[in-house]
Design a protein around this ligand. Structure first.
Ligand code: ZN
Length: 350
């Protein structure tokens, strides 16, 4: 494909910043559609990192993370190439939907194929144009609609030391070690032997300033670790060690009804603790939602209207849950716009 060569040749033009519009299937209105890519080349050669967002079209925190990253002054000293793809699922982004027009999930359609479904074709395009030209990757996600995720890194760290190094460098308070066999971009990239992180933070269709700030800092920290940006002169205030979750489980609604959630995201909970109460609209037939394990709430629903069996609270188990809870608090305090000592370059999104 000529476009593959195009991105490769662009990536070889030192010191240049170039936008490329990758053509993707047009709308049935005949309107042309493209996937926007921004390639930033350092003056010196080095790793080629792709950073992608909105594979799920309604997950918008990552789009803002990439915007801030591209404005960052530290890119001036870049070594290597940054390939930024802020809106991978252009169709879903326009429709404010997780899915593609064919109702498939792009992140379950990798590595895709040239003649497959629409999702398979887009996945294939991304593999050919972006992944084939990259040495490392970071994919940015949020929870699904009405679901909020505590900032966390998901990566296969057990068998991949290079990935583990980057996962630690990112600096999110929690790492979920996961081996995936789900047709995700992460699986396809990993099978190519390319280290890749997935950052999960916040909720679909919402901006979350802490998740965004933490994400920008995390990507920059990974670029420093890779030698793409020079290391910080003074060691950052906290170079916290993230906590690796041993396992995680969802606590589900015991009955349909209206949920009064009692445990916020990031809270430390003990097995058997009441996380919320589900009742009918008359306030009768109350049922308690109890923690099925001790750990930290790393994901939860924000919608109080629940059906029996629905996933309500995601609890991760840790060897040292109290220390993990402290790391979460420190992370939230560090990126909280209200506790900022230095004025930000632009106003925070609230
Ligand atoms: Zn997602």
């Amino acid at each position: 494909m000529t476009d593959t060569l195009r991105i490769r040749s662009i990536a070889e033009a030192p010191g240049q910043r170039i936008s490329v519009d990758l053509p993707v299937p047009s709308l049935y209105t005949h309107s042309a559609v493209s996937m926007p890519v921004h390639v930033v080349n350092g003056r010196r050669s080095g790793p080629r990192l792709f950073v992608s967002a909105a594979l799920h079209g309604d997950e918008i925190n990552g789009v803002e993370i990439i915007r801030r990253l591209l404005k960052s002054a530290s890119l001036k000293g870049l070594r290597g190439t940054l390939i930024a793809v802020p809106v991978v699922n252009v169709y879903g982004f326009v429709a404010q939907s997780r899915y593609l027009p064919d109702r498939r999930d792009l992140n379950r359609s990798f590595p895709g194929s040239e003649r497959g479904s629409m999702a398979a074709r887009l996945a294939h395009l991304f593999m050919e144009q972006i992944v084939a030209n990259a040495s490392h990757g970071i994919d940015l996600h949020t929870g699904a609609i009405h679901r909020d995720n505590l900032p966390q890194i998901r990566a296969c760290i057990e068998e991949h030391p290079a990935t583990e190094r980057l996962a630690h460098a990112f600096g999110a308070p929690v790492i979920m070690n996961s081996n995936v066999r789900d047709g995700s971009l992460r699986q396809a990239v990993l099978e190519q032997g390319i280290p890749m992180l997935l950052y999960e933070a916040g909720e679909a269709l919402r901006f979350d300033e802490v998740a965004i700030r933490g994400g920008v800092k995390g990507v920059v920290a990974v670029m420093r670790e890779l030698g793409m940006l020079s290391a910080r002169k003074s060691r950052s205030r906290q170079s916290r060690e993230p906590f690796i979750a041993r396992s995680s489980q969802w606590v589900r609604a015991p009955q349909s009804g209206i949920l009064r959630a009692l445990s916020p995201l990031g809270s430390r909970v003990k097995r058997g603790e009441v996380l919320g109460v589900v009742a009918d609209p008359f306030g009768e037939h109350e049922e308690k939602v109890e923690a099925s394990a001790s750990g930290l709430v790393i994901g939860r629903t924000n919608l109080p209207l629940v059906n029996e069996g629905e996933a309500l609270f995601h609890i991760a188990r840790f060897e040292k849950p109290d220390s993990a809870a402290q790391a979460v608090e420190a992370f939230q305090a560090e990126f909280d716009p209200n506790t900022d000592s230095a004025p930000p370059p632009e106003p925070p999104i609230v």
